[in-house]
Design a protein around this ligand. Structure first.
Ligand SMILES: [Zn+2]
Length: 366
């Protein structure tokens, strides 16, 4: 298992604890994987049922860190639209899929203290799973983050650093702190272990639908779910369970859309955009560190981007609640994106589509 820089080709051992290559590029992860035998995965219903295709942690480490994350149900929302209820995870968001990987990595590497920056859910998940490994988490969040999320983070022993600024300014403050203190950067954006967890979202869909839905709606801020989706789809195609990709429709809030705007301009470089506040705080990233990787991934998958307005998000939030589903506005934005996509392309209405229901509504401030 090693980190690899796709820009200059340099590799680093996992124990190097690097979050970025010497050349300044971001790192990817390389390790031997065995395709899951989908016909006989046994009765572990957590994401660890796919252990052969996950980073090779010791069994004792997994047993110490896991809270049974994964294995979330599918909810029918419309005749052809389904939602995957990842808001039913141990810390109430899909980030648990990646956080358990980062925490296992830290536990095996003997890390005692780490830093993470987040709009809330990733930090909550990392603080919770790190606590299980006896690891203290320094959590950097925008000062505007929901008080409920901060309460949860502190309950897990996380130390809050509230940054008076945007999500992007919070990220810069974290990197300054990591560089000055030398502690491990448990970043869900920089560290590729995180996607090795989020990719199990696709494995589960493959099992639950006995193939994949024809259309996948994927929210994109820093791309932690999108990159997991990308890796898993490539793996499933290489391993033969699927012979073509489903249509991946990535979306951003219209108020913060550096990648959707790049897609519109047929560019593989994130656009410099004016950012306005959005209810979809989980994807409010104006300067995504992995922006080029995300655009490249959507391009390779043959996917597309759409954007959603604040009004569309509010309507979708209300409509989902009337279907019994109470999620954050960032999650409701997925439903809004589905509606926008169908409005743009009516043929999608007849296709089996899936949206992620990423975070529980009780966590958000509004
Ligand atoms: Zn490099």
């Amino acid at each position: 298992m090693k980190y690899i820089c796709r820009h200059c080709g340099k590799t680093y051992p996992i124990t190097s604890m690097r979050y970025i290559c010497e050349c300044g590029s971001l790192l990817h992860l390389s390790y031997p994987k065995t395709p899951p035998d989908f016909g006989s995965l046994g009765n572990d219903h957590s994401l660890w049922r796919y252990r052969s295709a996950l980073p090779p942690f010791e069994r004792e480490t997994i047993e110490q860190i896991t809270m049974g994350e994964g294995g979330t149900p599918i909810i029918r929302l419309e005749e052809n639209l389904f939602g995957k209820a990842d808001y039913l995870m141990p810390t109430l968001s899909f980030k648990d899929r990646g956080a358990v990987m980062l925490a296992a990595l830290m536990a095996e590497a003997g890390v005692k203290r780490c830093a993470i920056d987040s709009s809330g859910n990733a930090a909550t998940a990392v603080a919770a799973y790190a606590a299980r490994g006896g690891i203290t988490t320094e959590v950097f969040v925008p000062a505007s983050t929901s008080a409920k999320k901060l309460t949860q983070i502190e309950a897990h022993g996380g130390r809050i650093h509230a940054i008076d600024g945007s999500r992007d300014e919070t990220a810069r403050a974290t990197i300054d702190y990591v560089n000055a203190s030398g502690i491990f950067y448990a970043s869900h954006i920089f560290n590729p272990f995180f996607w090795e967890g989020t990719k199990t979202y696709i494995y589960e869909l493959y099992e639950q639908f006995e193939t994949l839905p024809e259309v996948l709606i994927v929210p994109v801020g820093n791309g932690t779910l999108l990159m997991g989706v990308y890796i898993a789809l490539q793996e499933l195609k290489a391993w033969n369970p699927i012979d073509s990709y489903p249509l991946v429709i990535a979306f951003q809030a219209a108020n913060c859309a550096p990648l959707a705007q790049a897609y519109e301009k047929r560019s593989l470089v994130p656009q410099s955009v004016a950012v306005s506040p959005t209810l979809a705080e989980g994807i409010a990233t104006g300067v995504p560190a992995r922006g080029k990787d995300i655009l490249q991934a959507v391009h390779e998958l043959g996917g597309r981007f759409v954007t959603v307005t604040e009004e569309e998000i509010i309507k979708a939030h209300s409509d989902l609640a009337k279907k019994g589903v109470y999620v954050e506005h960032t999650s409701a934005a997925n439903y809004a994106a589905y509606r926008v996509a169908v409005e743009k392309d009516a043929t999608l209405a007849d296709k089996k589509a899936l949206i992620p229901l990423c975070g529980a509504g009780l966590k958000s401030a509004h």
